[in-house]
Design a protein around this ligand. Structure first.
Ligand code: HEM
Length: 409
């Protein structure tokens, strides 16, 4: 750790991670993140009662790994105690460990790899839906649908319930854009109640009719927790399901959209993977790096110094992974997409005890999507009169992306 050398006033910035204006034009968020990073590895925003914004690779890595000094509760700047905690993301070690252990094997690399063919089937089905048309609204017809279908299949929940998740998880994650903070909090609580009601129904159903899906496994597996070895309670199950849903859908949807956005902006790179699909796993890592969409939150548990700033116990921080991934001390030519980049130690899946459990699944979904799209509709482009719509928040994403391409014959 370094000693403090700049007063908070010197690194104060005007930045609100939820500001809708940051989402358009598309590169504005990253441009602003770069300005903050140029100001310092740790800067201060007065928004949301004040919080630190960590911009540099090393400092972000340090925070992610030190859960004793930096608690992951609350993970969101806009939060309410009445809302409770997301499990396991908002629990600190050692309390976190038991829940993590329960989830980890369900999303392990070998288990996820076995899903590759099934995922390829879903990807091809979705592309069948628009390949002959020569155009698509890529988010609703593909980027949203793919992770939703894969997730529902893993959980063994009815596909027809997908619209409910989309709406409720959007509100739970983003609040109500344009509404007051209070209204947004109320909307989030309402959406959470709706989701919990649904999960409870699923828990009761699977308790009576167990299968080999993730829902049943979590209900029926004894877990080693701080208060002993026991089954998870309904409340714990509901909170786990809620996080899986939020963590697994919006993130993958965002990455699917960044993939097209960056390949449209870099036709030579797109050509490289079309000519040599063997490069796709490497290209997936580069797509993940170039636009990390998650912005995790932490709260200091004690006074400390980070990146030259004195952080006080109780201070809130957010970690701009998208900025860490473009830190020139770690990456050469960081603003450029380079599908051959190696090594590529990006932080898009976080690090330390809360490192993303779904990373293997996300990588497979991205890999298969990249293969099939570049095989079947490789010349996709944006529609000039109907540009994509992105969104800023602690999980940045894409709401709409109309595309055109040569129709499949
Ligand atoms: C491209 C897609 C994805 C990205 C970029 C991503 C990113 C992240 C990040 C950055 C974290 C750590 C947050 C923190 O430290 O506060 C995280 C945690 C988590 N992710 Fe993902 N994620 C993705 C996909 C998924 C999927 C598909 C699932 C599962 C269905 C998933 C489940 C989780 C869970 C359960 C955690 C919490 C782990 C814990 O607290 O121990 N994620 N993810």
């Amino acid at each position: 750790m370094t000693t403090a050398h700049k007063a908070r006033e010197e690194v104060t910035v005007d930045f609100d991670v939820y500001d809708p204006a940051l989402a358009a034009p598309v590169d504005l968020f990253q441009d602003r993140a770069k300005e903050l990073a140029d100001k310092g590895p740790v800067v201060w925003s007065p928004k949301y009662d004040g919080h630190w914004i960590v911009t540099a690779y090393d400092e972000i890595h340090e925070v992610l790994r030190d859960a004793e000094t930096f608690s992951s509760y609350p993970n969101n700047l806009v939060t309410s105690e009445a809302f409770g905690k997301f499990l396991p993301i908002e629990l600190d070690p050692p309390e976190h460990a038991g829940y993590r252990k329960a989830l980890q094997p369900l999303f392990g690399p070998a288990r996820m790899k076995k899903l590759t063919d099934e995922i390829r089937g879903v990807v091809n089905d979705l592309v069948d839906g628009f390949a002959k048309k020569g155009s698509a609204e890529y988010v609703s017809e593909f980027a949203h649908e793919l992770p939703a279908r894969v997730f529902l299949a893993l959980m063994d929940w009815p596909l027809s319930d997908a619209p409910l998740f989309t709406e409720a998880s959007d509100i739970a994650l983003l609040g109500k854009p344009g509404a007051s903070e209070q209204e947004s909090l109320e909307a989030r609580a309402g959406a959470a109640m709706q989701m919990f009601g649904y999960f409870q129904k699923m828990v009761e159903d699977r308790r009576a009719n167990p299968g080999d899906d993730i829902t049943s496994t979590l209900i029926h597996t004894e877990v080693e927790l701080e208060d002993g070895v026991r089954l998870l309670t309904d409340e714990e199950l509901n909170r786990l399901f809620f996080l899986l849903l939020i963590a697994g859908l919006h993130t993958v949807q965002g990455s699917m959209a960044w993939m097209l956005k960056h390949f449209i902006a870099n036709p030579d790179q797109r050509q490289e993977i079309i000519d040599d699909p063997e490069m796709i796993p490497n290209a997936v890592e580069e797509i993940l790096r170039i636009d990390a969409q998650v912005i995790p939150g932490r709260r200091a548990t004690r006074d400390t110094v980070l990146g030259g700033q004195e952080i006080s116990a109780g201070d809130q921080l957010i970690l701009l992974l998208c900025s860490a991934n473009r830190d020139s001390s770690e990456f050469d030519d960081p603003a450029n997409l380079d599908v051959t980049r190696s090594p590529n130690r990006h932080l898009s899946f976080g690090g330390g005890p809360h490192r993303c459990i779904g990373s293997h699944l996300a990588r497979i979904e991205l890999k298969v999507a990249m293969e099939v799209i570049h095989e079947r509709i490789p010349d996709y482009r944006f529609v000039e009169s109907d540009p994509p719509v992105f969104q800023a928040s602690q999980v940045r994403g894409c709401l709409r992306m109309p595309i055109e391409f040569t129709p499949e014959s």
